[in-house]
Design a protein around this ligand. Structure first.
Ligand SMILES: Nc1ncnc2c1ncn2[C@@H]1O[C@H](COP(=O)(O)OP(=O)(O)OP(=O)(O)O)[C@@H](O)[C@H]1O
Ligand SMILES: [Mg+2]
Length: 565
């Protein structure tokens, strides 16, 4: 859209009368001139709340929006619809300055620190100009990264926003339930896949984005799926020690070292077998998979265990409870190990928890505990999606069949993020960025696993991605109805907020705190937004836009069943 010059004398709305850091007051000399008018085919209206204005001062343009109109106290008594048109009133416009930019460099300023002085002329303009201005200020016209996601709420004028600007410092889509968050996620993804600009992973906790998985550019995987063809697992071999601790919750002193030792024993069973040649029992089961310490001496055991890390890919996890039991020994006569019943008692609760996990029907499938080679592993599929599948742009991961109990979802997702974090650090997304979308993000963030006696395990991969991964080309887009439940460390990393209807004061407060450039008066409009309407705010860029998000071609299945039919 071409940018027309707004500084025509016919557009003068008045003069700056009072300036403060949060509000600029503009005085209009004569109310009788306040009518809608047309200029070069564009429509302008003076004196209406939400009209845009422009102020030129020295080498800067200030762009603002009228947020309140009032009359001086003494003129209010004479006011009627007719008198306003016929008698000279002197209305005052209260304006919130949205942003300023330098006319020479055309660079927007991150904050307004110089204000126009009293007496400066103020020109009325319309939202078309404002949108054109924003589009002109977009970073680099040569990059085809504009997403057509909606229309300006006032004018219906289409707005295209730069994907770079939306995602370069991560993005959060927030709003109360039914505000339109999932639709917005779907719309943004729909636009992004057209661009071939980035790869996208969508984490779908409710399974509502089913349509997004059925196009030729997309791939869909479901954990614990009833349909074998799209079933996927996160093979336990990809876990790290912390993940196992999150599932097994070992107590700090008595159980944690035993868990670590037993995992090492299972992992180093060949080395131990060789080292103990001649000293072992001949029981084939124990010698094949387990190491019974009882009745053995300790000449090389400590050396093998302390010099090696465990490798889960070598471990037959189903033997872990048995190995824990076999590891409960103390040194007896002639330095032979003998069973330690006190230790066994201490480790018993850990053994129960490990057994509980290994026998859990969902865990068996989700983490492929039986190492069934016919089940695909998500980490391999992700690597294939990123490296090989050039026509695929969207990978959708459906978590709706992963049970919420035992923190299975959270631990799984945390382990998955860790994998992506490591891939990012290997430089995999530098050339082609990856954007991760997470609907209902509050379900996964801010989690600490701990019970009365166990060690504390923090599920912090996501926070680490938010803080560390932008420079590696890994970006986040979280959607949540409870911004207050998102850890401050993550929320403060968000550079773009797409805010749908928001009522709760705590949630508004969380957004206010996270976005340093918020406009208080705009946040006051949030409760009155309708479905699909949103306010977009950028932390780096002092402006806001009210948008009606275009309806997506792939609506999520978010409708509740009808109560009465
Ligand atoms: N951009 C839009 N245009 C038109 N209608 C919309 C738009 N966005 C959402 N809606 C309507 O609002 C309803 C709720 O939208 P959506 O499921 O996206 O809300 P949500 O904020 O994700 O809710 P929840 O928090 O319950 O997941 C949709 O069923 C749809 O009818
Ligand atoms: Mg939703």
């Amino acid at each position: 859209m071409k940018l027309s010059n707004p500084f025509d004398n016919r557009n003068i709305i008045g003069y700056v009368q009072e300036v403060s850091s949060y509000e600029t007051k503009i005085h209009f000399p004569d109310s009788r001139k306040l009518n809608r008018f047309f200029h070069h085919g564009d429509s302008f209206h003076w004196g209406i709340v939400w009209t845009y204005i422009v102020i030129e001062w020295e080498t800067k343009w200030f762009v603002g929006k009228i947020i309140k109109v009032s009359l001086p106290e003494k003129e209010r008594k004479e006011l009627s619809q007719d008198s306003y048109k016929n008698i000279e009133f002197h209305p005052v416009w209260h304006v919130e300055l949205l942003f300023a930019f330098d006319l020479l460099t055309f660079e927007p300023e991150k904050s307004i620190n110089n204000f126009p002085p009293v007496g400066t002329k103020v020109y009325v303009t319309n939202s078309e100009f404002y949108i054109a201005l924003l589009n002109n200020l977009e970073n680099d016209a040569s990059i085809n990264d504009k997403l057509n996601i909606g229309e300006d709420l006032d004018t219906g004028e289409a707005i295209s926003l730069s994907a770079n600007k939306i995602f370069q410092r991560h993005c959060a889509i927030v709003g109360t339930t039914w505000g339109g968050k999932s639709y917005t996620v779907s719309k943004i993804i729909e636009e992004l896949v057209k661009k071939e600009w980035a790869k996208i992973i969508l984490l779908d906790p409710t399974g509502e984005f089913s349509w997004l998985g059925e196009e030729e550019y997309s791939e869909i995987y479901t954990f614990n799926s009833p349909k074998p063809e799209d079933n996927i697992a996160f093979s336990y071999e990809n876990f790290e020690f912390d993940d196992l601790c999150a599932f097994f919750r070992p107590a700090w002193q008595a159980q944690l070292p035993m868990l670590e030792e037993s995992l090492k024993v299972l992992s180093l069973i060949q080395e131990l077998k060789n080292g103990y040649n001649g000293h072992t029992h001949s029981d084939p089961l124990y010698d094949g998979f387990l190491f019974e310490k009882k009745n053995k001496i300790n000449p090389i055991f400590n050396k093998i265990i302390s010099e090696n890390e465990f490798d889960l890919s070598k471990i037959e996890i189903n033997y872990l409870p048995h190995q824990l039991q076999f590891s409960c020994v103390k040194t007896g006569i002639w330095s032979f190990w003998i069973e330690d019943s006190w230790m066994l008692q201490n480790v018993q609760s850990l053994i129960y928890r490990v057994r509980g996990f290994l026998h859990d029907i969902n865990a068996k499938t989700i983490f492929n505990l039986s190492r069934d080679a016919s089940i695909n592993c998500i980490t391999e599929k992700i690597k294939w999606f990123l490296n090989v599948a050039s026509t695929k742009r969207l990978l959708k991961i459906n978590l709706s069949h992963v049970p919420e109990d035992k923190k299975m979802r959270e631990i799984l997702v945390n382990a998955l993020w860790r994998k992506l974090l490591n891939l990012a650090k290997e430089g995999m997304f530098i050339k082609k960025p990856l954007i991760i979308f997470i609907d209902e993000a509050h379900l996964f963030l801010n989690k600490v696993i701990k019970d009365e006696y166990s060690i504390e395990v923090e599920l912090n991969s996501f926070e680490r991605i938010a803080k560390e991964c932008r420079k590696y080309g890994l970006y986040l887009c979280i959607s949540t109805q409870r911004p207050r439940d998102i850890p401050e460390g993550i929320l403060s990393q968000m550079g773009t907020f797409i805010v749908h209807r928001l009522i709760n004061d705590w949630d508004k407060q969380a957004i206010e705190n996270a976005s340093s450039n918020y406009n208080e008066s705009f946040l006051n409009f949030l409760p009155s937004l309708w479905k699909g309407e949103a306010l977009i705010m950028w932390v780096e860029f002092l402006t806001t836009i009210f948008l009606k998000i275009q309806e997506t071609t792939y609506p999520p299945a978010s409708n509740s069943p009808e109560l009465f039919k």
